[in-house]
Design a protein around this ligand. Structure first.
Ligand code: SF4
Length: 680
């Protein structure tokens, strides 16, 4: 037993950040759901089994260093020596930017902040990006340019429960974050998804568009809203700019054409518009299914245009939001581990932002590097020689993963800090054993923009360190003193974010304790925080939201004779992200031991595939073998594969959205064939 007191904290997995209580007991830590305001006592199977991670036999308990083809145990001193040698050699030979870092979307705010500062100040490198690039970047880019701020949900989840109609596009909360479904119970919700997911199965209406056509769907809905007189002309005039250009752009999206493009019947299009416009309060929520495309930013924009034209945004229990997936996907993109950002959601190319943050960091603004390359671009650039990866398994989660694996193997030096030997860590020259969620202090920012406390319930094992300790020690060895104390780091983050868009200046650990979380922006300690944005104004120069015309473009890769079907990827209820954690939890692997490719029976019949057969999926980039699960809930032209195991991302297309640099995870062309057992 490593402690005796019950500690209130939050789940280590998704952005709902459900509250739970941990009590270290013999022989194991007891985990109980907590009546936190967001989950109200609910947990999913992942959350209930999260304590299994703490004393798991696969846990990394000491640093490892490469020895030939393998890894051997080493002291922290040797590990740090090797890392610093590699950094200094690479930067001397190839320049500052040859050394970079990649952060996870589950890092605490303190760690995300410290990692951004470490790269820009101690390494003086521009080479940094994070896993949120692969997750939220399109919705974030659209929200920033349209609304002036990117906060996933600009209202608390409790507002969803007071809405009457909710359109959910490309999200499956019934599997990804089941406790959130309590907020939809009293609403009439409509789901747009190529699959009849658990969420879609419970919906009032299920729209089943072809992957990659959501923008056409949104423009088609707006076309109908305009033609049928549902636009809130007064709201549009008072609170928005750009409507006339959008009106013109949507002329070409008449219902019959949109039905042909998307596969959604005209009657369903009309019914959806009528419900959104007349059965309010109404909300539109998008997620990765709509956003992870080579036109993901414009697709999110199309739904924003619709929400603004209907006058939903900023009204009580109404609006537009995007559902964040990763545990700290929101906070992780606010405080400086993104290639183009400084803390407080400041822009790295803004002179005033550079001056403010440089003053907090005690450096000259000219010492700050400029914006770096986005995640996939950085990871596949030969100029990157040394890479540090914190809490991310890019060998599985990056698009076109064979290409990324090839590049990881080419690096001069790879450092991975993680709790288990992930597929990425197995390639590393140095592996650092990291403290886990229940062994560290810090803050997280959930999908609502609510800043919450992660609390330490027990100490980490003796030879395990927190990432803050690792970054502070590396900084010291590189000639700069940094704190490894989470509270001290958070105090500095508060100063660095002060006056920025994501302003945390008024948020303290004590306030979070007392108030069960504080919503940003919160510029002063006597400020109440901001649960709801946009009630009176938008943080744009004009104070108005911008409607921006967007047009449908085919996915970067269309089906053809060689690759005739569309692959889309997503989540299963039992697993999380790359599966590095959940694939080791017995209760979860018993429930779902392997990935299943979801295939329509008609498509299966065409290829002689029966339920449970192994099938090979092939794209222009790679192949994967999965067991088939036949379902008439998926379109016959579409195949679904979960991304929690190696394989799915060997197929995905790294074509990037021009605005957000988001890869096209959610639509690529594949072929399918029966795979014979034993030939894997
Ligand atoms: S819904 Fe998300 S935060 Fe809640 S228990 Fe499940 S994985 Fe954890």
């Amino acid at each position: 037993m490593r402690g005796v007191t019950a500690t209130d904290t939050h789940c280590p997995y998704c952005a709902l950040q459900c509250g739970m209580t941990l009590t270290p007991e013999i022989p194991r830590v007891r985990l109980e759901p907590r009546d936190f305001v967001v989950n109200k006592g609910g947990l999913c199977a992942k959350g209930f089994s999260a304590a299994d991670l703490l004393d798991h036999s696969d846990r990394l308990l000491t640093p490892l260093v490469r020895k030939g083809q393998g890894l051997r145990e080493a002291s922290w001193d040797e590990a740090f020596d090797r890392i610093v040698d590699a950094i200094e050699s690479a930067q001397k030979a190839y320049g500052r930017d040859s050394v970079g870092a990649f952060g996870g979307g589950g890092l605490t705010n303190e760690k995300a902040y410290a990692l951004g500062k470490f790269v820009r100040v101690s390494l003086k490198s521009s080479s940094i990006d994070y896993n949120g690039r692969f997750c939220m970047s399109s919705a974030a880019t659209a929200a920033n340019r349209s609304l002036g701020v990117d906060r996933g949900l600009p209202f608390p989840l409790e507002d969803v429960a007071s809405a009457r109609t909710v359109l959910i596009v490309g999200a499956n909360p019934a599997e990804a974050m089941p406790p959130s479904m309590q907020y939809l119970e009293g609403t009439r919700f409509i789901v747009a998804d190529p699959r009849r997911t658990k969420t879609a199965a419970g919906a009032y209406l299920h729209l089943q568009p072809l992957p990659g056509t959501d923008l056409a769907l949104a423009n088609g809905l707006l076309h109908i809203a305009i033609r049928e007189g549902y636009v809130d002309e007064d709201y549009v005039a008072r609170r928005t700019t750009g409507f006339e250009a959008v009106r013109s752009a949507t002329n070409a999206y008449w219902p019959e054409r949109v039905e042909r493009m998307t596969g959604v019947p005209e009657t369903q299009l009309r019914q959806t518009v009528r419900l959104l416009a007349t059965e309010g309060p109404a909300m539109i929520l998008t997620a990765r299914g709509a956003e992870q495309h080579s036109n993901g930013t414009d697709t999110a924009q199309a739904f924003l245009n619709l929400a603004l034209a209907l006058g939903l945004v900023g009204r009580p229990f109404s609006g537009y939001g995007t559902i964040t997936g990763q545990g700290n996907g929101q906070g992780g993109r606010e405080h400086g581990q993104k290639a183009d950002q400084l803390p407080g959601y400041r822009k790295l190319d803004d002179p005033a932002a550079r001056a403010h943050v440089a003053a907090v960091w005690g450096i000259d603004p000219d010492e700050l590097p400029g914006p770096g390359r986005s995640a996939y671009e950085m990871l596949t650039d030969d100029r990157l020689k040394v890479l540090m990866v914190l809490a991310s398994n890019i060998a599985v989660s990056a698009p076109n993963s064979n290409r990324v694996l090839q590049q990881l193997r080419k690096l001069d030096f790879l450092v991975v800090s993680d709790i288990f030997l992930s597929e990425t860590a197995a390639l590393a020259d140095v592996v650092l054993p990291a403290a886990q969620w229940a062994e560290e202090e810090g803050t997280m920012t959930n999908l609502e923009g609510r800043v919450i406390r992660r609390r330490r319930a027990l100490p980490p094992p003796p030879d395990v360190r927190t990432d803050l300790e690792v970054l502070a020690e590396l900084s010291r060895r590189l000639g700069r003193a940094e704190s490894s104390d989470p509270r001290t780091v958070f105090e500095e983050l508060r100063r660095a974010s002060a006056g920025g868009i994501a302003d945390y200046a008024g948020i303290t650990y004590e306030r979070i304790e007392q108030e069960d979380g504080v919503f940003w922006p919160c510029p002063a300690e006597d400020h109440p925080g901001t649960p709801r944005l946009f009630a009176d104004t938008f943080p744009t120069p004009s104070g108005k939201a911008r409607l921006i015309p967007v047009v449908h473009q085919d996915p970067a890769e269309m089906p053809d004779r060689s690759f005739p079907y569309v692959l889309t990827t997503g989540r299963n209820m039992q697993h999380y992200q790359s599966g590095n954690q959940t694939r080791r939890v017995r209760a979860l692997t018993v429930a779902l031991p392997e990935p299943r490719a979801e295939i329509h029976p008609d498509l299966a019949r065409r290829h002689g595939i029966a339920d449970g057969d192994l099938v090979e999926l092939r794209s222009r980039r790679g192949a994967a073998v999965l067991r088939a699960r036949l379902s008439d809930g998926i379109r016959p032209d579409t195949v679904f594969a979960p991304f929690h195991w190696p394989g799915a991302n060997a197929l995905t297309n790294p074509a990037l959205d021009p605005h957000s640099r988001m890869p096209a995870f959610k639509a690529c062309a594949v072929a399918i064939s029966l795979h014979t057992e034993g030939t894997e």
